[in-house]
Design a protein around this ligand. Structure first.
Ligand code: AGP
Length: 596
């Protein structure tokens, strides 16, 4: 996830463009850049780090048209060379891009053969070289020709030396047009523009726009013009920073369909370089802390089911105390931030023991990427709320992809099962959206359980770790003591803690654990504890056993942790709202823990 802006008007553009860009910093903050168009020059400045770093290095740049970018790296490390905007070989055009191009390798090869000089490791740079090659008399037709050759997601803004105009377009990445008086804007998000205009045109996929100081021209990718009236936005600036959501956590929960989509983009065809996965290891060890550890626990079930490779999951800080074994497992380190000290130390210990390591992380260029032999990025975009939400779900996606790839290499998957898994994964954004559409039902349930001092979360098999994650979300955000348990273990002790004041959330989906889970629910209700069951759509039976029921869409049981955790994230969020908790910055905890 990156942020892009563009401005053209009768005022000096530099300060306006930077002001808009600062409001998009939540979308990425590892590097930034700006390109300005004046009568006879195209000036470009970029730097690593937050927008403030770029600003501190800028001199006055002339021009009334400019584009800028704040980056959250997905291809290529956060360096000045990889920062946007990119310019073509002759310095005629500048371009910013948010998204992921899936066919950039082929395009790059062709362009290099034609003599184009690339200065970055990014997918985005191919666009500006394609533009240089594109036929057409004007910028609009050249951009359209460029876009017809690209596959993947994009929101782009392009400028040309000596021209006060911007061509912008989108496909699967957000882009809005801001309509002003003798000035017009484009941006990734309304947030960026509200100080200057509240007249917004939302672009849809495969739509483009040409803005000049005096006009806004909308057209499709064939160049066919269309009209759309601007909408008047009533948000204030503070609301806008979170795109209208009251908290980053809620915004990030609702971003999950898109985050899953981005995580899958271009990866289901198994084209990624996976030499490491072909090595002859006989077991896998997954390491992580907190939510990342829970993703690892789900990962154990996924990997064992799809690959038959024995897999264990361990908390990073405990790894060093486990004995060194003769067999050298493949070690998978999961950390959204890539900076968690316990996981970094565990990765170093794994290498010291002679193991090969894979990192699953959300942050390109983070410390873990320098420790591991191979890196898988989760592409969730920056997560600001302390509670991990979209990064957990995309860690699961990375684990499904890893297992799928290993299953293909080890030949443990029939082609039919592989097809089912791929189509199951493709459906996940829609499935998660459907859970989100029912958020108001979960909100109503939170009112009922808001006074609990303690809650239990129980599940079996893959949904035992889901129950742990549901409990963690609840305790860190709502400060209710949440205890996750394998449902079969309650009778071995914790039942003693249950009473009518201890709600139990029971994950009870339509799979081979269903009957056993019903038995566990009976054990709980016999102690008068209220049960909130999370089940599968179409189940009419569950309400006979549980006081309240949340139903999520039915999926292959392998994928069930995805919709279920989204429901539990919403439950934790609304419980916290009811209890007046601060949500995005809970007491005593930090987003990234850099001490052991
Ligand atoms: C989860 O909501 C927490 N913020 C926490 O448990 C977190 O998952 C843990 O600190 C690990 O962080 P990492 O993924 O950045 O390594």
């Amino acid at each position: 996830m990156c942020g892009i802006v563009g401005f053209t008007g009768d005022r000096d553009a530099q300060e306006i463009v930077l002001d808009c860009l600062r409001r998009l910093e939540y979308r990425g903050y590892d590097s930034a850049g700006i390109a300005m168009i004046s009568k006879d020059a195209l000036t470009l400045r970029k730097s690593v780090g937050e927008i403030a770093v770029l600003e501190s290095q800028l001199e006055k740049m002339p021009g009334r048209t400019g584009i800028a970018h704040t980056r959250w790296a997905t291809h290529g490390k956060p360096t000045t060379e990889n920062a946007h905007p990119f310019v073509d070989c002759k310095g005629e055009y500048a371009l910013v891009h948010n998204g992921i191009l899936t066919n950039y390798m082929q395009l790059k090869e062709q362009l290099v053969k034609k003599g184009h000089k690339f200065t970055s490791e990014t997918d985005s740079e191919v666009l500006v070289h394609l533009l240089e090659e594109a036929p057409g008399q004007d910028l609009k037709s050249k951009v359209l020709s460029m876009l017809r050759q690209t596959e993947g997601s994009y929101a782009i803004a392009v400028v040309q030396k000596g021209h006060d105009e911007i061509i912008a377009a989108r496909n699967e990445s957000p882009l809005v047009v801001g309509v002003g008086h003798d000035e017009n804007f484009v941006a990734s998000d309304v947030t960026a523009l509200l100080k200057h205009t509240n007249e917004i045109i939302y672009l849809l996929d495969k739509e483009a726009v040409r803005i000049t100081p005096r006009g806004v021209e909308l057209f499709d990718l064939n160049g066919k013009a269309f009209e759309r009236e601007p909408k008047k936005i009533s948000w204030n600036l503070e609301d806008a920073e979170r795109s209208g959501y009251p908290h980053f956590m809620l915004k990030e929960i609702f971003e999950q369909p898109r985050a899953i989509h981005e995580s899958l983009l271009g990866r289901l065809d198994g084209q990624e370089d996976d030499a490491l996965l072909k090595e002859q290891f006989t077991s896998i060890k997954i390491l992580g802390c907190g939510t990342s550890y829970h993703a690892g626990l789900v990962g154990k079930y996924i990997i064992e089911e799809l690959t038959k490779i024995p897999t264990t999951t361990q908390i990073s800080s405990e790894y060093r105390y486990s004995p060194v074994t003769e067999s050298k497992p493949l070690v998978v380190c999961i950390t959204q931030s890539g900076e968690t000290a316990d996981t970094l130390a565990a990765a170093r210990e794994a290498r010291r023991r002679g193991c090969k390591t894979i990192a699953i992380t959300n942050v390109l260029g983070s410390a873990i990427t320098r420790e591991a032999d191979y890196v898988v990025y989760t592409r969730a975009g920056p997560e600001i709320g302390v509670a991990a939400t979209k990064t957990f779900v995309t860690q699961l996606i990375a684990l499904y992809l890893l297992a799928l790839r290993l299953g293909a290499i080890r030949n443990t998957l029939s082609s039919e099962r592989r097809r089912d898994i791929i189509s199951g994964m493709r459906a996940l954004p829609r499935i998660v959206q459907s859970v989100l559409n029912d958020a108001s039902k979960i909100e109503a349930l939170a009112k009922k359980y808001k006074c609990a001092q303690s809650m239990f979360f129980i599940g079996r098999h893959l949904n035992y770790p889901t129950s742990l994650e549901g409990a963690l979300k609840t305790k860190e955000i709502s400060y209710i003591h949440g205890e996750g348990y394998p449902a079969g273990e309650l009778k071995h002790g914790p039942l003693a803690l249950l009473s009518k004041d201890t709600p139990v959330v029971a994950i009870c989906i339509a799979d081979h654990t269903y009957e056993k889970m019903l038995g566990n629910i009976r054990e709980v209700t016999a102690r008068e504890s209220p049960v909130l069951a999370v089940g599968t759509e179409g189940n009419q039976d569950l309400s006979k056993y549980a006081e309240e029921v949340i139903l999520v869409p039915e999926v292959d049981p392998l994928f069930s942790p995805v919709p279920i955790i989204v429901a539990l994230q919403l439950l934790a969020y609304y419980l916290a709202i009811e209890r007046g908790c601060p949500i995005d910055k809970p007491r005593n905890i930090a987003k990234t823990v850099t001490v052991e």
